[in-house]
Design a protein around this ligand. Structure first.
Ligand code: HEM
Length: 294
């Protein structure tokens, strides 16, 4: 779902078949990015490069077909290729391809894994689920089943936002952020030389009991204190110049998913799903749930 939504924004007009061929190759690329860097046939790292090669091949074909046709496309690739906008014509084809991959990549697992983990945490915390459901049923009151949700209604989903932020913290969907030092930096007596790449492992800060009381407890109510989101130790969406540009889009997508889930369905976990946290948050054997109508 998460990849399909982003894919349609990027390549709205392309046939579904391309998505069917695209997703498996894109999945290889995604898995390869967090794999041991051993580039031998059979490793995830190797498959990652193969996936990237095939993804690029498909995207290049789409670009070539669009250039050869006079049709206009109302999607992001259409904007990136637009000859009328001088801003975009500054990008080379390689840069356009990198933009597409970056945006598809960044909005994929972040959204799908947060949605998955929210299903798990809400299942395990009936009080939070009840409060979330009440928030959404109140929004649905007086609406027909197919009526869409408006911006003001979305903005009123304060508990939903709290659930999403707490899921993001407790599951730590993004393990950390990458930076490169532009000067020698001294931290606790250690010097990190200029030019070094640093991975700031945010799980440590997310579980710091000085910042989050009872850090291993799912407690969405802590986020009702609005100030928490802007604390300088809160790296759920990164920080500074490189802060996630898709933060609000991601929260909207998950909020809409939760809205439809809790107003229409109940669910029971089937079996005991094992959740892996490193190098990525995943349920290797799936998170199986039995869904019934609410
Ligand atoms: C719950 C969902 C999401 C989470 C938890 C998340 C988290 C993050 C984090 C931690 C970073 C690193 C920021 C830094 O280095 O300071 C990041 C970067 C980024 N995210 Fe997100 N993200 C989410 C959704 C999205 C979506 C939906 C999109 C776009 C469709 C997106 C696009 C990006 C991009 C393009 C970057 C790179 C920014 C840069 O390096 O300048 N993200 N995200």
């Amino acid at each position: 779902m998460a990849l399909l939504v982003s894919y349609k924004q990027m390549l709205e007009m392309e046939p579904a078949l391309l998505y069917e061929a695209f997703k498996p190759e894109f999945d290889k690329l995604v898995i390869g990015t967090l794999a041991m860097p051993i580039n031998l046939p059979g490793t995830n790292y190797y498959f990652g490069f193969q996936g990237r090669k095939n993804v690029l091949k498909m995207l290049r074909k789409v670009i070539a077909e669009r250039r050869a046709s006079s049709a206009t496309h109302n999607d992001m690739l259409g904007d990136l290729l637009s000859k009328e906008d001088p801003k975009h014509s500054l990008l080379s084809d390689e840069e356009i391809l990198d933009q597409i991959i970056t945006i598809l990549y960044s909005g994929y697992e972040t959204v799908s894994k947060t949605a998955m983990m929210s299903i798990k945490y809400l299942h395990d915390n009936p009080k939070a689920l009840q409060q979330l459901r009440e928030e959404h049923l109140a929004i649905r009151k007086g609406k027909n089943p197919e009526d869409p949700i408006g911006w003001t209604e979305y903005k009123s989903m304060t508990f939903t936002r709290a659930v999403i932020l707490e899921t993001s913290r407790l599951a730590t969907i993004v393990n950390g952020v990458l930076r490169e030092t532009t000067n020698d930096i001294e931290v606790n007596g250690y010097v990190i030389p200029k030019g070094w790449r640093i991975y700031v492992y945010t799980r440590e800060t997310n579980y710091d009991p000085l910042q989050y009381t009872e850090p291993f407890t799912f407690n969405p109510w802590r986020w009702l204190d609005k100030g928490l989101e802007s604390q300088n130790y809160c790296f759920l969406f990164g920080a500074g110049n490189r802060v996630c540009p898709g933060k609000e889009l991601g929260i909207v997508k998950i909020s809409m998913f939760l809205h439809h889930l809790v107003t229409r369905y109940r669910w029971e976990e089937v079996g005991d799903a094992a959740i892996a946290k490193f190098p990525r948050v995943e349920a290797p054997k799936g998170l199986h749930i039995k869904i019934t109508k609410y």
